[in-house]
Design a protein around this ligand. Sequence first.
Ligand SMILES: *[C@@H]1O[C@H](CO)[C@@H](O)[C@H](O)[C@H]1NC(C)=O
Length: 335
Amino acid sequence: MASSLNQRMVFPVMVVVGMFCLLVTPSIAELPRFKHPPKKQQSLNILVLGDWGRKGTYNQSLVANQMGIVGEKLDIDFVISTGDNFYEDGLKGVDDPAFYQSFIHMYTAPSLQKTWYTVLGNHDYRGDVEAQLSPILKQKDSRWLCMRSFILDGEIVEFFFVDTTPFVEEYFTDPGEHTYDWEGVLPRLAYVSKLLKDVDSALAQSKAKWKMVVGHHTINSAGHHGSTEDLKQLLVPILEANNVDAYINGHDHCLQHIIDNNNGIHFITSGGGSKAWSGDVKPWKLEELKLYYDGQGFMSMQITKSTAYIIFYDAFGKVLHTWSISKDRNVAAWI
Ligand SMILES: *[C@@H]1O[C@H](CO)[C@@H](O)[C@H](O)[C@H]1NC(C)=O
């Protein structure tokens, strides 16, 4: 549903990014890589949460409590955070008490004492980004692992975490009253084009059965922010070319599951970690929209070699939607 205005804005960006690809000498720099094999050989079990850090308010603590219960039931391997970790303006520094109030003292259940693989959201970029990326936070709580972009090899599945905030031109050209911490990101187009190249080559080299990309911003969404056109133009062709199974994001404060008719990719929004936008939904093709829930909650994934099961839960742990994605069927169809 690209408006002509957005297309006009994005097209010059693509041209300029294309020029950068020609001008900048290719570097071999790679994305940082982590390994986290499943505890149980047959399945990798995880929880996915987004848009959460509000010191327990807006039902953050209800969601945290249910995550603890579901996390225990599934005996999870780790947690993924899709960003907007600390509202309203990220962390002020490594000693910001919000790290305790919104994270350490919030997700206290034994089942949640696992690594939290975390990306940054646009609200995190309004604070001290280096603080949120700092190893000092890992000393305060060993679960914390936040980087701009990285790869997580879970043996059965490979996750590619992408720093999506720099893709959104509007934050740079029209920041309004907000101040963003762009240190390490400028010049923007060089940053974005290098990141796209790194993600593309990492995806192309991946031998994983499942490939999933995680970012903060939406790509296909019926929510308040809607689809992020800059990502649709620049990242989606890379997802398609590399047979990515799913793109997982936050940003819209809802739970949502869209299967794109054009490419079969699952677009999954888990952005219900605290404040939700009740009633804020745009029309979407019904055959693509499998779930739209405008309240708080989170999601689980259980991934085996043949099947990925996804389940969405509300703030009371009630199951809202389940779906299974089968690899075998895809292989059969392909043969
Ligand atoms: C908390 O959740 C309940 C049930 O979904 C909802 O009615 C209420 O509005 C929520 N509170 C806030 C502050 O979002």
